[in-house]
Design a binder for this molecule. Structure first.
Ligand SMILES: [Fe+2]
Ligand SMILES: [Fe+2]
Length: 365
């Protein structure tokens, strides 16, 4: 009986296609054929797994946006596309030591993140699913430096512990985090203490080497944030079911990679220095012991490395892309980064639940 129905549908579908082609493409009939009536999604709805993955990504994008907006208020371009703040001339100039277009890039990255969460939330609503709203957790203080808005924030950019191992991870030709390999820090000092990525107040605008250390910290933090997105999207794409949800992940993910590559290039221009106020050292990445191909600052494309099996030839790839626990891994990395220092237990509980649901999704379920 089922077979007969299926066969009947197949037959009518074929003749319908042929009929459609006979009168030209783009007929209503041809469009209807693309909707598979036996699919698991019902009338355009999402599977619970797809909704969970999109909700986690919406949350991650809201958090990214919150961080980027703080950077833009002080060091980017404040305009109608990215409103808020009035800029800090001294901080903006320190960032421009890394690249004269830093303010433009900060602005554009911020706008991208705004559109990512706004789109994903709108898509969720269009499918009858709940969007994500973290407004109740906008409780963290703003920078008191001139140029920043005085509003509650989701993220803390003033006590960062920046993991800079992405620098050597993308330069290694033999190691891959998906095999459990670990990578040395490019800026060891940044990965242990707590350092501001924006001036905390106008007192942080001097001495010059202190302000430059803050700008350098931001430079490495930008790439840390965006390499995370670069891995998160391909990792979670392996779990989605609906082709359109896959398309969303495959269309947003590579923009994170475009951000990452830009920031990797700029971080390489961070001038070597020691912050006279706290001893934080930014080493010369082209001088011993940091010289050699792993550190060379003009290597901003991924070195090919081992992928899937050690016996395969090396391949230039995003790394990591392991899908198991990818969402929770992202939460842990951002938390260790200090981005949520001062947040409430309720905030961590919500983030934990969103990540757990995304990681429980399976392709085809
Ligand atoms: Fe994003
Ligand atoms: Fe991003």
């Amino acid at each position: 009986m089922e077979q007969t129905e299926t066969a009947g549908r197949t037959t009518s579908r074929r003749s319908f296609v042929l009929g459609g082609l006979a009168v030209g493409a783009g007929t209503i009939g041809a469009g209807r054929l693309l909707a598979n009536p036996s699919s698991a999604f019902g009338s355009g709805g999402l599977t619970p797994g797809d909704a969970a993955i999109l909700r986690f990504l919406a949350a991650a994008e809201i958090l990214e946006t919150d961080a980027w907006q703080q950077y833009n208020e002080l060091g980017g371009i404040q305009d109608s596309e990215v409103p808020g703040g009035s800029g800090s001339a001294a901080y903006t100039a320190a960032l421009q030591v890394l690249d004269s277009d830093m303010d433009q890039y900060i602005h554009d990255n911020t706008e991208d993140e705004l559109t990512h969460f706004t789109f994903i939330n709108a898509y969720l609503v269009s499918k009858g699913a709940d969007p994500v709203n973290l407004d109740q957790f906008r409780t963290l203080p703003s920078s008191k430096a001139t140029g920043a808005r005085q509003i509650g924030r989701l993220t803390n950019l003033m006590q960062l512990t920046v993991d800079t191992s992405w620098w050597t991870r993308y330069r290694s030709r033999t190691k891959n985090p998906d095999f459990g390999d670990t990578f040395p820090q490019a800026v060891p000092g940044l990965s242990t203490g707590q350092f501001p990525g924006v001036p905390r107040n106008d007192g942080d605008l001097a001495p010059k080497a202190h302000l430059q250390a803050i700008a350098n910290t931001a430079g490495f933090h930008f790439a840390f944030i965006e390499q995370g997105g670069t891995s998160l999207y391909p990792s979670l794409a392996q779990r989605v079911t609906h082709p359109e949800v896959l398309r969303i992940l495959l269309s947003i993910g590579p923009t994170e990679t475009m951000h990452f590559q830009t920031w990797q290039d700029k971080a390489g221009n961070a001038p070597p220095l020691t912050d006279p106020t706290n001893g934080l050292v930014f080493p010369d990445l082209n001088a011993p012991p940091f010289d050699g191909e792993d550190f060379q600052t003009n290597l901003i494309m991924p070195e090919p490395t081992t992928f899937l099996r050690r016996t395969f030839p090396v391949c230039s790839i995003i790394r990591p892309t392991e899908t198991d626990g990818a969402a929770m891994g992202a939460v842990k990395a951002l938390t260790a980064n200090g981005l949520f220092r001062g947040q409430s237990p309720a905030f961590f509980a919500v983030l934990h639940d969103l990540a757990e649901a995304a990681d429980a999704a399976r392709h085809g379920t």
